[in-house]
Write a protein of this length. Structure first.
Length: 395
C-alpha cells in the first residue's frame, strides 16, 4: 500500500481535528447530543428528539415496517410521557417509577421510584434527567444511565399551585444542551450544571411558565402566559421578549434562524435574532400545536388533522385529516409517523412529508396516546396495556 506524503497526512489530520472541533462547538447550539465526543444523534434522547424540539431524524425508514420488538412493562401508564432511547436502553415511565429497559433482550436494567406523573426523561447518553412534581413540590433528578444510581437532585423555588388553578408553572420537560440541563418551573428558567445539578444561572419570568424551553444557536426560547422569551444560553441574560397570547403547549420549535410558537390560536414564526414576526397562520381559528420541522415544512397538529405549513411563508401546503385523535409526529427522513384513530381502532401511520399522503399504516387497537419516537431504524410506541412495541424497516 503506497504511503501518503507527510504534508498530505498533516493536512488530513488538521481537517479531522477541525471537523471534531466544529461539532463540539456547534453540536450543543443545535441541540445535538454529544457523548464523550461520539455522535449519538440517531437516538431519541429527550422529548422532541433534540434541544430544538424538531422531532425529526435524518435517517429514512424503508416501508413497510415490520414488528420487531414487544416488551411487557411493569406498571406502565397509558397517559405517560414518550420514551427516550439511548445506547440500546429505553427509558419508560411507569406508575410512580422510571424504568430502564434493555431493548436487545427486553429485560429491566433498573428502576427509580419517584412521585408524580409525566416524567419526561432526557439523556445525554451517560446521565438520565427527569422531572417530578407532587404535592406542590417539584424536583429534577439526575441518574446514571447504566445503573440508575442517583447523582443529584434539584428543587426549584416554586411550582404550579391551587392559587392559579394549577394552570401553568409546572416543571417542564428537561432539555440537554452542552454542559447544561435546561428546565423551567414556576416563574423561573434554570440552567443546571448537568454533572452537579448546581444552577449555572437563573432567569425570572413575568408570569407562570406555559411552554418548555427549546434551544438553538446559543439561545433558549420558552413562554409564560403573556410573553415569549429569548435567553442567552451561556449567560442567562434576556435577549428579547415579545407579547404572546396565553397558550398551553409543549414547547417552541427552533429551526435555523426561526422560532415557531403557538400564540393563542395562531402559529407564529419569529426571527430568532430579534423576535420580529415573520408570519402567522390562524388556520381558521383552530387550536394548533407546533409538531415538527423537516424538509422546509412545519408540521402542526390540530383537532383531527396534521397540517404542513411552508416554513418561509406560513401557507398551508397540505392537510392530512383524521376525524379522531392525532398525536404529535416523529419524522424520519421523508416520513412523519403518527398515531391516529378512535379508542380501540388506533393505527401507526406514515405520512409523506412532501405530499401529505398516507404511505403506510398498521392497525394497533390499544395504542397509548404518547407520541411515537424513532431510534436507529425503529419506531417505538406504547400501548394501554403496558407494552412497548417496535416497528422496523423490513429491508
Amino acid at each position: 500500500m503506497p504511503r501518503l506524503p507527510r504534508r498530505t497526512l498533516v493536512g488530513l489530520l488538521a481537517l479531522i481535528m477541525a471537523l471534531i472541533a466544529a461539532y463540539i462547538t456547534l453540536g450543543p447550539r443545535y441541540g445535538l447530543p454529544l457523548v464523550g465526543g461520539a455522535d449519538v444523534s440517531g437516538e431519541w434522547m429527550m422529548e422532541g428528539y433534540n434541544g430544538a424540539r424538531t422531532r425529526a431524524v435524518a435517517s429514512d425508514l424503508a416501508l413497510p415496517l415490520q414488528a420487531s420488538n414487544e416488551i411487557a412493562l411493569k406498571g406502565a401508564v397509558a397517559d405517560g410521557s414518550p420514551v427516550a432511547v439511548a445506547r440500546g436502553i429505553a427509558l419508560v415511565e411507569a406508575e410512580r417509577t422510571l424504568r430502564a429497559v434493555d431493548l436487545r433482550n427486553g429485560r429491566e436494567r433498573w428502576s427509580f421510584p419517584v412521585s408524580g406523573t409525566y416524567l419526561s426523561p432526557a439523556t445525554d447518553g451517560e446521565t438520565v434527567f427527569l422531572k417530578a412534581e407532587s404535592a406542590n413540590r417539584g424536583q429534577v433528578f439526575a441518574l446514571d444511565l447504566e445503573s440508575g444510581a442517583q447523582q443529584w437532585a434539584f428543587t426549584p423555588k416554586r411550582v404550579s399551585s391551587a392559587d392559579q388553578g394549577f394552570v401553568g408553572g409546572h416543571v417542564t420537560s428537561p432539555a440537554v444542551s452542552g454542559d447544561a440541563v435546561l428546565v423551567a418551573s414556576g416563574k423561573e428558567l434554570y440552567a443546571l450544571n448537568k454533572r452537579t445539578g448546581e444552577p449555572l444561572w437563573e432567569l425570572s419570568m413575568t408570569e407562570w411558565v406555559t411552554a418548555a424551553p427549546a434551544v438553538g444557536k446559543g439561545r433558549i426560547y420558552l413562554a409564560d402566559s403573556k410573553f415569549i422569551y429569548a435567553v442567552d444560553e451561556r449567560t442567562g441574560k434576556l435577549a428579547w421578549k415579545k407579547p404572546a397570547a396565553f397558550s398551553l403547549y409543549f414547547a417552541p420549535i427552533v429551526a435555523d434562524d426561526t422560532v415557531f410558537i403557538r400564540d393563542g390560536k395562531k402559529i407564529v414564526a419569529l426571527a430568532s435574532p430579534d423576535g420580529k414576526k415573520l408570519w402567522e397562520n390562524p388556520v381558521g381559528g383552530e387550536s394548533l400545536i407546533p409538531g415538527a420541522v423537516s424538509d422546509g415544512r412545519l408540521l402542526v397538529v390540530t383537532t383531527g388533522a396534521l397540517l404542513a405549513l411552508d416554513i418561509r411563508t406560513g401557507q398551508e401546503v397540505w392537510r392530512y385529516s383524521q376525524p379522531n385523535y392525532i398525536s404529535l409526529p416523529a419524522v424520519a427522513g421523508t416520513k412523519a409517523f403518527l398515531l391516529a384513530g378512535a379508542t380501540g381502532q388506533t393505527t401507526l401511520t406514515a405520512v409523506d412529508v412532501e405530499s401529505g399522503k398516507a404511505s403506510w399504516s398498521q392497525r394497533i387497537p390499544e395504542l397509548a396516546p404518547a407520541a411515537p419516537v424513532v431510534a436507529g431504524e425503529t419506531v417505538y410506541v406504547g400501548t394501554n396495556d403496558g407494552r412497548l412495541l417496535g416497528y422496523s424497516s423490513s429491508s
